[in-house]
Design a protein around this ligand. Structure first.
Ligand code: PA5
Length: 436
């Protein structure tokens, strides 16, 4: 397998091939709506050609900043929430060593996040950790007015200014925000911070390939050019408007909608590598915020196996039959580890002697898919050869494109999120914010 592949053979016993084929015209029409920019939310389609429109100069500017700043800091604090946080977090987690924080020799700063909660303990403990560390801040907010990151930044700004003095602090703060609007833009201009622009026509959850994701990912030491190349390739592959079977994003979008039609209203994204837990978190935001509106939409959930087979496995096998699974499967791991013979064999594991850990994981995956399909849970498989920048880039564009196609098939606007205002209004009223 060279590139991302979608395998739907394990849904066809639930929703036969002709039901998939029935979507052909509608899906092709929806893909053209996207490409012609004539569908709902068409002022938010900047992400569609982001990978190909990012210039080498933009990449260079971000990489130069990374080179300049990386050597003088131990820690980089990324402030942001929702779409201004999850994309970077997902890529950095996927590409980092599992024990990055404990590595002795570090060539890259440790990445910490803030502004993704309103937790007093979290901010207090973060400030305490930063006391004797050299650090810099990337503050990210498109609107520039979001409460959580604004609160975190107020504390961190003060802290970094007290620690380094105003002029050095100014060099250690980078802002990623709108070109002209919002409180963060104003503040950044007043203080003279280095800034990167979030394009107007790219919404938060589709913004990982803008400086929102690229700046933190580059500063964490990863190759953003390869990430973009992977996304670019997927941009080309998913251009096909004529044949759903030749467009992986179309086939995933169709499959989800066909399953939703037979009352499979919850989709569980399944991963078998702990580095992909945040891929699922990012995916949940993308699909939940895009599709959950007008009393419609598949509920996106996630599990990380095999850990969650020992908790959620029971429900998936025998609970309410309204679920289907989408498994992200990785062909080969980075390392090789073979199980050794133990002369005493007290743990009875000698039957695994000579097998790779990955083979055991793969058999757990296969056995689980078979059991869940037998138990009434259809299964979509998304395969990538390995975890690296190039394939994560493919996954990003694939999921974004499929989400947009799927949203149009549900006949909703996949680019707005009117529902998230409701809690904010109540919170602001309760907090007596002027104007509420
Ligand atoms: O997807 C979205 O639009 C949201 O999740 C936003 O990204 C999130 O609310 C943060 O917004 P902002 O970047 O304006 O601070």
């Amino acid at each position: 397998m060279e590139n991302l592949n979608v395998n739907i053979e394990n849904i066809l016993n639930f929703t036969p091939k002709y039901t998939i084929n029935n979507y052909d015209n509608e899906i092709c029409k929806n893909i053209s709506l996207l490409h012609n920019r004539t569908g709902k939310g068409n002022n938010s389609l900047g992400w569609l050609d982001l990978p190909s429109s990012i210039s080498d100069e933009q990449i260079k500017e971000i990489n130069n900043l990374a080179t300049e700043i990386k050597d003088k800091i131990d820690i980089l604090v990324i402030i942001g929430i929702g779409g201004s946080y999850l994309g970077a977090k997902m890529v950095i987690e996927a590409l980092s060593n599992n024990f990055e924080h404990l590595q002795e020799k570090k060539s890259n700063p440790i990445i910490l996040f803030a502004g993704q909660n309103i937790c007093e303990d979290y901010i207090s403990e973060l400030l305490a950790i930063l006391e004797d560390k050299s650090y810099a801040i990337v503050v990210i907010s498109k609107s520039g007015t979001t409460t959580e990151p604004a609160i975190a930044f107020r504390f961190l700004k003060k802290h970094i200014e007290n620690k380094y003095g105003k002029s050095e602090a100014q060099k250690r703060i980078i802002a990623v925000t709108d070109e002209t609007k919002g409180a963060l833009r104003k503040l950044a201009d007043n203080e003279g911070y280095k800034t990167f622009i979030i394009p107007d026509d790219v919404g938060g959850r589709y913004s990982v390939l803008t400086p929102v994701g690229l700046v933190p990912i580059a500063l964490a030491g990863f190759n953003i050019k390869k990430l973009i190349d992977g996304a670019k390739l997927m941009q080309n592959i998913t251009k096909n408007e004529k044949d759903i079977y030749k467009n992986p994003a179309a086939i995933y979008a169709v499959s989800r909608n066909a399953l939703y039609n037979i009352n499979k209203t919850t989709e569980i994204l399944v991963t078998y590598n702990p580095k992909l837990v945040y891929l699922a978190e990012w995916w949940k935001q993308l699909y939940g915020e895009s599709e959950g509106k007008e009393n419609k939409g598949i509920f996106p959930a996630s599990v990380n196996f095999t850990a969650d087979l020992h908790s959620m496995g029971q429900y998936i096998q025998e609970g309410l039959r309204n679920i289907f699974e989408t498994v992200i499967t990785i062909e080969k791991p980075k390392y090789k580890l073979t199980i050794l013979q133990d002369p005493e064999n007290l743990d009875n594991l000698n039957y695994l002697t000579g097998k790779r850990i990955n083979e055991v994981n793969k058999m757990a995956e296969l056995g689980t898919v078979m059991a869940h399909v037998d138990g009434g849970v259809p299964n979509i498989k998304i395969e990538i050869p390995e975890i690296n920048e190039f394939y994560i880039g493919q996954l990003i564009y694939f999921f974004e494109k499929a989400c947009a196609i799927s949203g149009y098939t549900l006949d909703i606007n996949p680019f707005d999120q009117p529902g998230v205002e409701a809690y904010k209004k109540n919170m602001f009223t309760l907090l007596k914010k002027p104007g509420y």
